[in-house]
Design a protein around this ligand. Structure first.
Ligand code: BES
Ligand code: ZN
Ligand code: ZN
Length: 498
């Protein structure tokens, strides 16, 4: 699929399909008025009789029957102009692109990049259009014998004037890079556990590194043991698949600037281990490496965007299996941080492997560490599908990540981390235990991670946001969301003032 940015008149553009954004409660004017005239007043009539009023999420399609240069015309309701947000643009772009594809159209033009949410520059609008479209047109067909024949080839993003074109083009290019990186993460999530093993994840990281000339280091079981990554070792014990510890380094920022460290949970399949999970929906636990996929995706995006930033990605990766040599409840492991951990429940494995990665991040003397992990079902209970849990030890860092979530539509919500929660993971036999009491499970998990960090740190619990099984947003498909890729890039840009 390719975007072409070009100044044109929506009423005159010759195209198979045309997407026309419409605002609620506004008189039709300009290009749209001309178009309405060609359609014999169809648009005005639809508004009058209440079929299409431009309400947000509404859409109406018609065939022009040769009365306009465009074949199929889809009106995309944008709601009230003063309520317009970039997320609405993203969703409208996604929804209308799918309408076009479903109609069997291969090339269409869109007027979405022409609109202006209050206070937002045109480049960001174009970026949102490209993101929403690219994300919406993603489909995972690797295992389908019959692939879908409906494919969009070219999209013309209409600009208001020639002078707008370069800025829109910049936004489109950026949006495509970000969405494609998120789609790479989606592929990794959607591919099953028998394909995406720790070895496969490491190979993908290396492939990405080679493509963008980044440094990539992968530790296998021997190096993991030699380096005393006791949490990762304890979880890997029950599996036949060898563990990996993946390090990606993108260092294109100022020489003296400390890197941002991104840590992603790369659990390629979570059975729960000896504390085995119920079988219902266990297949979704192939997505337990979504945090790791997000880190690979974010670093790929940073490289493709040529961000002037220093970023280190750390991904501990293993399966959590109940093999004959698996860790047992009551076993004690020592993290690379030196903290001893009593493993009460082998299903609380994410925090164990993250403890080593958080401790290892100190080697890079980072400005801050942000981890992203499908960590707890409890976070899903607390926030549902529409927000990741946000924790940390630095208010400014937390606020920057929250803002990045708002800007990208990958929203997150701050949760408390008071000392009382840390009390709850004190162990009778070791320094800490890997589960607290039943309630507040997302917070005690974060409190556990906090024991292994020294500097500025934030944690995103993406258990509820990483995998989509609902028909919610028009640019999401079933399965992997690719959550965190766009949010982390936006966060890094904010933090470094890029
Ligand atoms: N990977 C799961 C968390 C999860 C649950 C992610 C649902 C996505 C959807 C994690 O390793 C886990 O099993 N956590 C346990 C912790 C409990 C044993 C303290 C949980 O949330 O039940
Ligand atoms: Zn688990
Ligand atoms: Zn898990």
């Amino acid at each position: 699929m390719k975007f072409i940015v070009s100044a044109c008149d929506l009423a005159k553009v010759k195209t198979e399909g045309l997407v026309v954004p419409m605002f609620e409660g506004e008189k039709i004017a300009g290009d749209i008025k001309t178009l309405d005239g060609a359609l014999g007043g169809f648009i005005a009539r639809s508004a009058k009789n209440g079929v299409f009023e431009g309400k947000y999420g509404q859409s109406l399609s018609t065939d022009s029957l040769g009365n306009a240069p465009a074949g199929k015309i889809t009106l995309a309701g944008m709601g009230k102009r003063e309520e317009l947000t970039l997320e609405r643009v993203r969703q409208a772009a996604g929804g209308s692109a799918r309408t076009m594809r479903n109609a069997g159209i291969r090339n269409f033009a869109t007027g979405l990049a022409m609109i202006r949410p209050g206070g937002v520059d045109e480049q960001s609008v174009a970026q949102a259009v490209a993101e929403g479209t690219t994300l919406a047109l993603y489909s995972f067909e690797n295992f389908k014998s019959e692939k879908s024949k409906k494919k969009i080839e070219n999209i013309l993003a209409a600009a208001r004037s020639k002078s707008d074109e370069p800025r829109l083009q910049k936004g489109v290019d950026k949006g495509v890079i970000l969405a494609e990186a998120a789609c790479m993460a989606r592929d990794l999530i959607n591919l099953p556990g028998n394909v995406v093993t720790p070895t496969y994840l490491a190979e993908k990281a290396r492939e990405t590194a080679n493509k963008y000339r980044l440094k990539c280091t992968v530790f296998g079981p021997k190096e993991i043991e030699k380096r005393k990554m006791g949490g990762l070792m304890a979880v890997a014990k029950g599996s036949r698949q060898p563990a990996r510890f993946i390090i990606l380094e993108y260092m294109k920022g100022p020489k003296n600037q400390k890197p941002v460290a991104l840590v992603g949970k790369g659990l390629t399949f979570d059975t729960g281990g000896i504390s085995i999970k119920p079988s219902e929906r266990m297949e979704e636990m192939k997505a337990d490496m979504s945090g790791g996929a997000a880190v690979i995706g974010a670093i790929r995006a940073a490289a493709a965007l040529k961000l002037k930033a220093n970023i280190v990605g750390l991904i501990p990766s293993t399966e959590n299996m109940p093999g004959g040599s698996a860790t047992k409840p009551g076993d004690v492991a020592t993290s690379l941080s030196g903290v001893t951990m009593e493993i009460i429940n082998t299903d609380a494995e994410g925090r164990l492997i993250l403890s080593d990665a958080l401790a290892y991040s100190k080697k890079f003397d980072p400005d801050c560490v942000v981890d992203i992990a499908t960590l707890t079902g409890a976070c899903m209970v607390a926030l549902g599908y529409y927000a990741s849990g946000l924790f940390g030890n630095d208010d400014q860092l937390i606020e920057q990540i929250r803002e990045a979530g708002e800007a990208t539509g990958e929203r997150c919500w701050p949760m408390p981390l008071w000392p009382e929660y840390e009390e709850q993971i004190k162990s009778e036999v070791a320094d800490i235990k890997n589960v607290g009491p039943r309630w507040g499970g997302a917070i005690t998990a974060a409190a556990f991670l906090k024991k292994h960090v020294s500097g500025k740190w934030a944690h995103l619990d993406i258990a509820g946001t990483a995998y989509n099984t609902e028909k919610g947003r028009p640019y999401l498909s079933y399965g992997g969301v690719g959550i965190g890729v766009r949010q982390m890039i936006s966060f890094i840009e904010k933090r470094l003032g890029l």
